[in-house]
Design a protein around this ligand. Structure first.
Ligand SMILES: Cc1cc2nc3c(=O)[nH]c(=O)nc-3n(C[C@H](O)[C@H](O)[C@H](O)COP(=O)(O)OP(=O)(O)OC[C@H]3O[C@@H](n4cnc5c(N)ncnc54)[C@H](O)[C@@H]3O)c2cc1C
Length: 408
């Protein structure tokens, strides 16, 4: 027989810690927080730079100290923290299979919150051809080398990508003795906002827009890469390649366990309370939608924790939510479900969060039962947060959809 806990939170990054602490604050007695790493903090604890924690703790932390603060918050709130515990299966009935140094065991939760974060797309999934030398990494791997082993694996890498995390990669390089020889962005413009994207220029590092890496050369270590700009191929000498960003939700647990993931986001589908179609399960943070900041993940975790605390006061009942529909170039909408019955006092999600697959100019309209409830025209950029307030009438609608009309 496995022990039954009030709530089990899977993943101890900002969103999982915030959910667990909020549950304890709201009087939930038995909250277990599981993380596969040896300490809490999630992706933040690998970051040797700031800014973290401004909104939630009103001070600026470096990533590693922010991670420690999260761990202190969880312990001080009386959360039962179990690190080095990997969840390997999520059962339909709330039973989790957990692997730890003590072996494999089962735990059962009356409710489960998954907050397993997101991961960057590595070389293999980007289909970059060529040799397989040492020195090809993602930002997360680089930051682990630096933070936990004091190692800098290259001196003159090429950085691929121009998201916020790409700038984090750039800062990690320059603050640890490496000098990137170039930054590359496949699109015509940088993904992160100005003035952040001025950073490479300020540091004197060439920033190639509209350039894609197509091949890596090197016998043992990386020696050069081939870039394609339109039809033109050029070679850059370097000793490493840093693939940054293009995050995808860490949702393999949901997929393998049969809870399912959505097209577009690659994430579990939740309703306005953060609840999956299986009403024992909730989710928060970057597992819902790659990718947001630490502060955003924290607030989302807290809001979902509040909803779970309320939900615990009644039996879990299967909800029949309405699916939110959308068309390209809209890439994802979170929440992707809206429940009507069984309402809670406050939504965990007060907005629909949208992302686009590519830059587009035109009008986004939210339709409830075919009638416009919100619309806005503009130039929409990929990976930028778009927030649409959830109308009070959304839970009563039989059909909810977002449509995009391109400006001629
Ligand atoms: C390189 C980098 C730089 C960044 N820089 C900044 C910055 O400067 N400022 C900022 O605000 N944000 C920054 N971010 C973003 C921020 O780190 C994330 O938004 C935040 O960590 C997301 O929190 P989360 O709780 O959703 O997920 P994560 O922090 O990713 O936490 C997920 C946790 O789940 C655990 N987990 C996953 N699967 C399992 C499993 N099966 N069993 C048990 N545990 C599991 C993982 O070990 C991890 O601890 C950065 C991110 C990266 C990668």
């Amino acid at each position: 027989m496995s022990a039954t806990h009030d709530v089990i939170v899977v993943g101890g990054g900002p969103s999982g810690v915030a959910a667990a602490v909020e549950l304890r604050r709201r009087g939930v007695r038995d909250v277990v927080l599981l993380d596969r790493e040896s300490e809490l903090g999630g992706a933040t604890r690998h970051c040797s730079h700031s800014p973290f924690g401004m909104r939630e703790f009103h001070r600026v932390y470096l990533g590693a100290s922010y991670g420690r603060r999260l761990q202190q918050e969880a312990l001080a709130a009386g959360v039962d923290v179990r690190t080095s515990h990997s969840v390997v299966r999520l059962g339909d009935d709330g039973e989790l299979l957990v692997s730890s140094p003590q072996g494999v065991s089962s735990l059962r939760g009356r409710r489960i919150v998954t907050s397993t974060g997101a991961r960057e797309t590595p070389r293999s999934a980007r289909l970059v051809s060529g040799d397989r030398p040492l020195g090809v990494l993602t930002t997360g791997a680089l930051q682990s080398y630096v933070a936990f082993h004091g190692l800098m694996p290259f001196r003159r890498p090429v950085i691929v990508g121009s998201e916020l995390v790409s700038l984090s990669a750039l800062l990690t390089c320059v603050s640890h003795g490496a000098r990137p020889v170039a930054m590359l962005e496949a699109n015509a413009r940088a993904t992160a906002k100005q003035p952040l994207t001025w950073l490479p220029t300020v540091l004197g590092i060439p920033f190639h827009r509209g350039a894609e890496i197509v091949d890596i050369q090197g016998r043992q270590r990386v020696e050069s890469v081939t870039l394609r700009r339109g039809e033109v191929l050029t070679s850059i000498a370097c000793d490493g390649v840093l693939f940054t960003g293009r995050f995808t939700p860490e949702a393999s647990l949901h997929m393998l366990s049969g809870l399912g993931i959505a097209d577009g986001s690659g994430a579990p589908l939740v309703d306005q309370y953060g609840r999956l179609q299986n009403p024992l399960y909730f989710a928060a943070g970057n597992v819902l939608r790659a990718v947001e900041t630490g502060g955003w993940a924290f607030r989302e975790g807290r809001a979902v924790g509040r909803a779970v605390a309320e939900d615990l006061s009644r039996p879990a009942s299967a909800c029949q939510p309405v699916r939110v529909h959308f068309d390209a170039p809209i890439k994802l909408v979170v929440p992707g479900l809206v429940s009507s019955g069984d309402r809670m006092a406050v939504n965990a999600f007060r907005h629909f969060q949208l992302r686009m697959t590519c830059a587009a100019v035109g009008r986004i309209t939210l339709l409830l039962d075919g009638l416009p409830a919100w619309q806005q025209s503009g130039r929409w950029l990929p990976e930028r947060r778009i927030l649409v307030p959830m109308p009070p009438g959304a839970p009563d609608a039989g059909r909810i959809s977002f449509v995009f009309e391109e400006k001629a």
